[in-house]
Design a binder for this molecule. Structure first.
Ligand code: ZN
Length: 414
């Protein structure tokens, strides 16, 4: 990032700390607990002094206890699905929505998308930020938007062909489902780019989606607590996602100790929102594991890059002392020709001795011997990559339920 950009970040951070101190009692109490006053934060080097914010803080202050503006200034609410109990509610002022729109459209530009493109948005519209977030950014860019939302796959394909869609935006698992419905039918398609996110995915899945759909598949990152989609976006170099660092300050910390880690080291992504009015967050623990990629991107963008997300800390499985993320299993399975990329994981046993069951499926119907060979090859590939033995279950084609949104990779124990 350029020098003037850093000075801007510094000025915004100082302003953010003062604002939250005066307007959000929860933050003031947290800072007082650390014997911290607003004047103690004067530069980016002071960032580590500030307290973390966690999903628990948002839950404890449900629905909008961390609000830093007047309620009458709120113009929009979104909420993330609560896996347990209440959802996490986020609020936006008109200025927040304007900045979100700009962040999202700049992400689309990073992906090489222009006003001549036709963007089909197959993310869910509603409380989930995916659909409406992409929508506003694409409109701001001047592209033609097809607000298809998720599901109705046959209609998605019809619209894609008849309205000459050039950009498909959805979860990678839904793109996989759509690609399976199009064997040999890509001729009528004008697709050139895929904007895929909202769940971790692998390079192997990227290659499959690119081959099947004839596109460049790019990763987008965001989370509703921070804003929604538009926090970071891959450029066509496909070597990391550029952070929208005029709005967001990123750090990587050790997930266990919370200590900041240097660029290049893997850890938990922590984001501070520099300009948000309604719900500013200081050092928000995203629980997403990644690293900051040192050096400049060949595309010439001065924006910092984060590597593709490996997984979330709460999705990490510990199998006989080895940390395992679903996306690593996806990578291993993706290296085995003849598998469909669909899979799910189950864990059995107890703390001391856990077994990981991996269920996947073949692309074609196979003889008993061929099935056994493919299953052994897949188990071998997982073992080579992760160093653990797994119980591998290979099902016939089409056995695993297809996802139209975020896919459920970890199922409860069998
Ligand atoms: Zn780049």
């Amino acid at each position: 990032m350029r020098k003037d950009g850093q000075a801007d970040q510094e000025r915004l951070l100082v302003g953010l700390v003062e604002r939250t101190w005066h307007r959000v009692p929860h933050y003031r109490a947290k800072m007082e607990d650390l014997a911290l006053a607003p004047e103690d934060v004067r530069s980016l080097e002071d960032l580590h002094k500030l307290p973390f914010t966690t999903k628990g803080d948002l839950r404890d202050t449900y629905p909008i206890g961390l609000l830093a503006c007047e309620e009458k200034e709120i113009v929009r609410y979104h909420a993330s699905s609560g896996t347990t109990g209440k959802p996490t509610v986020v609020a936006y002022t008109a200025e927040d929505l304007r900045l979100w729109r700009l962040a999202m459209s700049s992400c689309l530009e990073t992906a090489g998308i222009t006003s001549s493109d036709v963007i089909q948005i197959a993310y869910g519209y509603g409380l989930f930020t995916g659909g409406l977030g992409l929508h506003a950014g694409a409109e701001a860019l001047g592209a033609a938007v097809i607000p298809a939302s998720g599901g109705f796959s046959k209609r998605q394909i019809l619209l894609m062909k008849d309205l000459k869609t050039t950009v498909l935006a959805c979860t990678p698992s839904y793109a996989l489902k759509l690609s399976e419905m199009l064997p040999g039918e890509t001729e009528g398609l004008r697709l050139k780019t895929g904007i895929f996110g909202a769940e971790p995915w692998s390079e192997e899945l990227r290659k499959t989606l690119e081959n099947r759909l004839g596109i460049t598949a790019l990763d987008i990152y965001g989370l509703s607590e921070i804003m929604g989609p538009g926090v970071a976006m891959e450029c066509p170099c496909k070597n990391g996602l550029h952070l929208v660092d005029d709005l967001f300050l990123a750090e990587i910390v050790d997930p266990e100790t919370g200590k900041p880690l240097p660029d290049g080291e893997e850890g938990e992504l922590v984001i501070t929102t520099l300009r948000k009015e309604a719900l500013p967050l200081i050092r928000y623990r995203t629980r997403d594991i990644t690293r900051i990629i040192p050096g400049e991107c060949p595309c010439g963008s001065p924006r910092k890059r984060i590597a593709r997300i490996i997984g979330r800390t709460d999705e990490m499985l510990i199998i006989r002392g080895v940390n395992v993320f679903p996306s690593q299993i996806e990578t291993a399975l993706g290296r085995v020709p003849g598998l469909s990329h669909h899979y799910y994981l189950e864990v059995t046993g107890n703390e001391g001795h856990r077994d990981l069951h991996v269920t996947t499926e073949s692309l074609e119907d196979l003889s008993i011997e061929a099935r056994k060979r493919l299953r052994d090859r897949a188990a071998c590939e997982v073992h080579d990559l992760l160093g653990i033995r797994t119980e591998l279950h290979l099902l016939p084609p089409g056995s695993i339920e297809r996802s139209e949104g975020k896919s459920q990779r970890i199922r409860t124990g069998i």
